[in-house]
Write a protein that binds this ligand. Structure first.
Ligand SMILES: Cc1ncc(COP(=O)(O)O)c(C=O)c1O
Length: 480
């Protein structure tokens, strides 16, 4: 049965994307069964009153997403999946929650991971930093000094943009990376998650077009999902997003926002070369796009110093930068920050007041002291050394255990993106790994449109050497 497809002239997505998205949703919900034949291009074009080429492009898009297969002379069919193993993670039924509710990006995945977390299992699923790197003693000293040296007035209600000393120190850190920033351009947030939410709240309305690298960090995508945006995905290669594709997408779709993690891209671990960063800023200027760059993870670039943030090439303020300190210090801080200028800065400040007034000054003051102590660069160096060691060991173990796989060592960060052969769906691979006692993160939530080539994210940051070797062997057995 062919689902009703409602085309909307006000929707900024081109007609073929609207048709492809509607059919993908129908497939996900089981309204179109595996192996079911899609209507002939001519029939659907007639029914929807669109050109033949529009339907043909929609079918090509679905084929590229792995949702349909075209069989020469016979038509286009919904891609067949295996029985239980291939049940999609996405929800199959949606209650009516109003027009902004779109379902939770990680739904299905988190439940399945929780079910599979039995004793003896090794988890490569969560990209958590290694607790043994957390600078507990030094941070405790910074906290004690805060209580001892700061006046009680500092614990009063304070400016929503952040503690001025911490803002100045974060701005100095950016200047040392080639990005001139005044302390007034820093807004301290409760984690990078809040930074993304603040940006989305001031820039994105329902159906706004967000261009995004793909795959990318689902935490930020979840924020965009909640605003009801439409995604356009930008293609990447081994060095991150491709500039020709950024230009194509900017010219064709005129997105409101372009979202990118230039360094330690989560999940692929790529580092975008400086010349590409500069080119993106030039294109953003030409096509009037705001860029949101997530610099989380720049501290853990292994093979060369991390290039400057994209914001370094942007005197205008159309690049908004955010960074989390969760990976470089520890997640319990709940501190991140934005570097943002001009009118956008003022709107974000107002949004921060509305959201939670200000981020804990107590933590900010201790963090300020810690960032200025000699212990901080020592801590970064030793954490980077530990992660580099784990990366090398894990990549080598994977190469032995998965001889068919092309495993690119991540240039930064603590994730390996494992592309699967087409014979194996992401869901089937996930289930096989769980049966072998190793948990992995399935690819779907990392794709803005939630569909893409089969892959798994393997996070190695918080596992000891023996566990990494054993995990690789279990993966080898599961995916043979
Ligand atoms: C790219 C990226 N940005 C942001 C975050 C989360 O930041 P926070 O803990 O500050 O919300 C993560 C955590 O995994 C991440 O990988």
């Amino acid at each position: 049965m062919i689902p009703a497809i409602a085309l909307d002239a006000r929707d900024p997505r081109p007609l073929y994307v609207q048709i492809a998205d509607a059919l993908a949703t129908a497939i996900e919900r089981g309204e179109l069964a595996p192996d079911e034949r899609l209507p002939a291009i001519r029939t659907l074009a007639h029914d929807l009153d669109v050109a033949l080429v529009t339907v043909s492009q929609a079918y090509e898009t679905l084929a590229a997403r792995g949702r349909v297969t075209s069989r020469a002379g016979r038509g286009t069919f919904v891609t067949a999946r295996g029985p239980h193993d291939d049940a999609p993670f996405a929800r199959t039924w949606e209650p009516s929650l109003g027009r902004f509710a779109r379902g939770e990006r990680m739904e299905g995945v988190m439940e399945r991971l929780a079910e599979a977390r039995v004793p003896g299992v090794i988890s490569l699923a969560s990209a958590h930093p290694a607790p043994e790197t957390f600078p507990m003693a030094e941070f405790a000293r910074a906290m004690q000094r805060t209580f001892a040296d700061d006046k009680p007035e500092l614990m009063q209600y304070r400016a929503s943009t952040g503690d001025p000393d911490l803002c100045a120190t974060l701005a100095e850190g950016l200047a040392a990376r080639g990005c001139d920033a005044g302390a007034g351009e820093i807004i301290v947030t409760s984690g990078a998650q809040q930074a993304a939410d603040l940006i989305a709240s001031v820039l994105l309305t329902e159906r706004a077009v967000v261009a995004s690298e793909s795959p990318t960090y689902p935490g930020t995508l979840g924020v965009f999902d909640a605003r009801g945006v439409s995604y356009v995905e930008v293609r990447s290669d081994a060095d991150g997003v491709r500039i020709d594709d950024v230009e194509r997408v900017f010219a064709e779709y005129r997105p409101r926002l372009f979202s990118i993690c230039p360094i330690a891209e989560n999940p692929t671990g790529t580092v975008l070369p400086a010349r590409r960063g500069r080119a993106i800023v030039e294109l953003a200027r030409r096509y009037d796009v705001v860029v949101l760059e997530d610099q989380t993870g720049w501290t853990f670039a292994y093979d060369a110093a991390a290039p400057p943030p994209l914001a370094a090439y942007d005197p205008e303020g159309r690049v908004v930068m955010m960074e989390s300190l969760s990976k470089s210090i520890f997640p319990a801080l709940r501190i991140g920050y934005l570097r943002v200028k001009g009118a956008l800065r003022d709107s974000i400040e107002a949004a921060k007041v509305r959201t939670d007034s200000f981020t804990s000054t107590l933590t900010q003051r201790a963090l300020w002291r810690y960032l200025r102590a000699p212990a901080y660069p020592r801590h970064l160096k030793s954490a980077r050394g530990l992660y580099r060691h784990r990366r090398d060991l894990f990549v080598e173990a994977l190469a032995l255990a998965l001889p068919w796989a092309e495993v690119a060592p991540p240039q930064a960060g603590t994730n390996v993106w494992l592309r699967l052969p087409q014979r194996l769906s992401t869901q089937a691979a996930f289930e096989r790994c769980a049966r072998e006692g190793v948990l992995v993160m399935p690819a779907d939530p990392f794709y803005p449109t939630r569909t893409g080539p089969p892959a798994l994210r393997l996070s190695f940051g918080d596992l000891q050497d023996d566990a990494l070797r054993e995990a690789a062997q279990r993966l080898g057995r599961a995916l043979a």
